[in-house]
Write a protein that binds this ligand. Structure first.
Ligand code: FSO
Ligand code: SF4
Length: 544
């Protein structure tokens, strides 16, 4: 069966249904198809590694890393480079071929595990293995919900791997789950269980990354972050990879080039290790979707360590560098050396020739409220809840995006009563972190835990509060969840929260297009998942 482009993995999908001509994100049909093929061959490889494990044989770390990198490359706004994606298909097929030789039996392996071909035939195959190749819409929905959760999980695991932390149990699960998605004997119930199990590994994956980040860079602490600029030329680093940032800071020390964070790299400012660098200047700009205007004004090179990459304008395209899972054809991609380190000298050389950044704003924002820091303030927080000074915590984590309807989140934050505190993580924060919402007895009303993966911190905080207040159910806390989603990392965060037993999450600005009516019904009935309406009504239902 041949299909034209079909992608519905993100919140901005065309018409709320699916991108079929070209992605709203800018992804071209041939790139979308090659990503589908990469997911397909990664599932095939995973069927082989899962069989190997069942035969009692081990799978090397390099293969685990290849699986997570492949998934990461197909996340929204990560990689638009057709050649790079096709090359990963070839790498995966080669790796699979070698592993097949070690299998005792190939009996009953799925077609994806057995498929191999030359590059010239990839395009023809790619159009037959996409989302629509699963015809039953409920099976498709459950398969894609799992796939997107796994993509998000893979991204977080990859960051932990970059810091030398691996968890074979998580990698084995990712591969086993990918293999199950090829299995036509899986029932709706089996697939629903797989969705929920993915959430369990989501918690483990975020915990692994939290451990990796805090071990390497210390526990995030309350920090005032500069929004203005200095007089030196600068490099803007964006995405989520803290290890890339560390290497860049080391290599730019003493060069007269300042480093600014952008988008989801902002929370790096909260880590003690990075604060030691005097040329770590501040945060520039806002969430990912504003990059066209902001990159123009930055004047210097921009390093993408992960998504979200918006197809660049010609005016600054030559200043875009990509690394890791990101890529854009025509932009310089920086590969790691054999020892995993990266050489950013080309970025630094360019920066030296550029004008300093144009100032977009001045002032400061405050963040750094990850679990360790909030738990250090626990007495104060608990006292404020007991005295009634804090009536409710509102978790507003997740993503920002370009849809006008997302103005809701700024309005909602402004309309919240003054005795509520927003707990945030992810790029969603840009809708309210600069609003000056004040504090409650010294506790800021917007507590930023960090990147989207630091939603884990918010869960740790909630579980701790549950313990302190002696409650038997997380849902009895004075806490509501109004989460904004955009891409697949938000999907794993959602599945992780469901695994932790969180109910009645409001998900917006729209529910995922990949939830079929029946699957949406299951989520509503079992978890009370809902979406958003008007600010006024939602304040009434969520806050009372
Ligand atoms: Fe945002 Fe993009 Fe962190 Fe996502 S920059 S949207 S959920 O990649 O990963 O929050
Ligand atoms: Fe469309 Fe989103 Fe897929 Fe891009 S990632 S093609 S915007 S659904």
């Amino acid at each position: 069966m041949e299909n034209k482009m079909f992608c519905f993995q993100c919140q901005e999908t065309a018409g709320g249904k699916g991108c079929t001509q070209v992605g709203v994100c800018g992804k071209k049909p041939e790139v979308a198809a090659m990503q589908d093929l990469l997911v397909y061959v990664t599932k095939g490889l995973s069927a082989v590694t899962t069989r190997l494990r069942a035969e009692g044989k081990s799978v090397k770390k390099g293969i685990n890393h290849l699986v997570t990198e492949n998934l990461f490359m197909t996340i929204t706004n990560a990689n638009f480079d057709y050649d790079a994606i096709a090359e990963h298909v070839s790498i995966t097929l080669r790796a699979k071929g070698e592993l097949m030789a070690a299998l005792s039996s190939r009996a009953d392996l799925p077609a994806a595990a057995l498929w191999n071909d030359v590059k010239e035939n990839y395009d023809a195959k790619a159009v037959s293995v996409g989302v629509l190749s699963t015809e039953n819409e409920d099976v498709r929905s459950l398969r894609e919900l799992t796939t997107y959760g796994l993509k998000g999980l893979a991204a977080y695991v990859k960051h932990a791997n970059a810091l030398g932390e691996d968890d074979e149990a998580i990698d084995a699960f990712i591969q086993q789950a990918l293999a199950k998605l090829l299995d036509n004997t899986m029932t709706g119930e089996d697939l629903t269980a797989l969705v929920l199990e993915t959430g369990k590994y989501g918690v483990d994956g975020m915990a692994l990354l939290d451990h990796a980040n805090t071990t390497a860079y210390g526990d995030p602490e309350i920090t005032e972050v500069e929004l203005g600029v200095r007089k030196n030329p600068g490099i803007l680093i964006t995405g989520h990879d803290l290890h890339d940032l560390e290497m860049l800071l080391e290599q730019t020390e003493g060069t007269g080039v300042d480093i600014y964070t952008h988008g989801e790299m902002l929370p790096a400012q909260y880590y003690p290790k990075f604060k030691q660098y005097k040329h770590f200047a501040g945060n520039y700009g806002n969430a990912w979707w504003k990059q066209k205007e902001e990159f123009e004004a930055f004047h210097g090179p921009i390093l993408f360590t992960t998504n979200c990459l918006v197809p660049p304008k010609d005016s600054y395209k030559d200043r875009i560098f990509t690394t890791g899972a990101t890529g854009f054809s025509g932009c310089t991609h920086i590969e790691p050396k054999k020892d995993g380190t990266k050489d950013f000298s080309a970025v630094i050389a360019m920066a030296k020739k550029c004008e300093p950044p144009q100032e977009l704003e001045t002032g400061k924002i405050v963040g750094g409220f990850a679990h360790n820091q909030v738990l250090a303030l626990a007495d104060k927080v608990v006292a404020a809840v007991k005295s009634g000074a804090i009536k409710k915590f509102v978790v507003m984590a997740g993503c920002d995006g370009r849809m006008k309807s997302r103005a809701y989140y700024a309005e909602f934050a402004k309309a919240l009563p003054k005795d509520t505190v927003i707990l945030t993580a992810g790029c969603a924060k840009y809708k309210y972190i600069k609003l000056g919402l004040g504090d409650i007895g010294g506790i800021p009303r917007v507590l930023d835990a960090g990147q989207c993966n630091d939603s884990y911190s918010l869960a740790v905080i909630a579980l701790k509060l549950k313990e302190v207040f002696g409650l038997d159910d997380i849902n009895k806390l004075p806490i509501v969840f109004n989460i904004a989603w955009y891409e697949q990392k938000a999907v794993i965060v959602l599945l992780a929260l469901l695994h932790l037993g969180v109910k009645n999450i409001h998900l917006g600005p729209t529910l995922p297009a990949f939830l079929s009516p029946n699957v949406a019904k299951v989520l509503v009935e079992n978890f009370g998942i809902g979406t958003i309406s008007t600010v006024e009504d939602d304040i009434k239902t969520m806050i009372g």
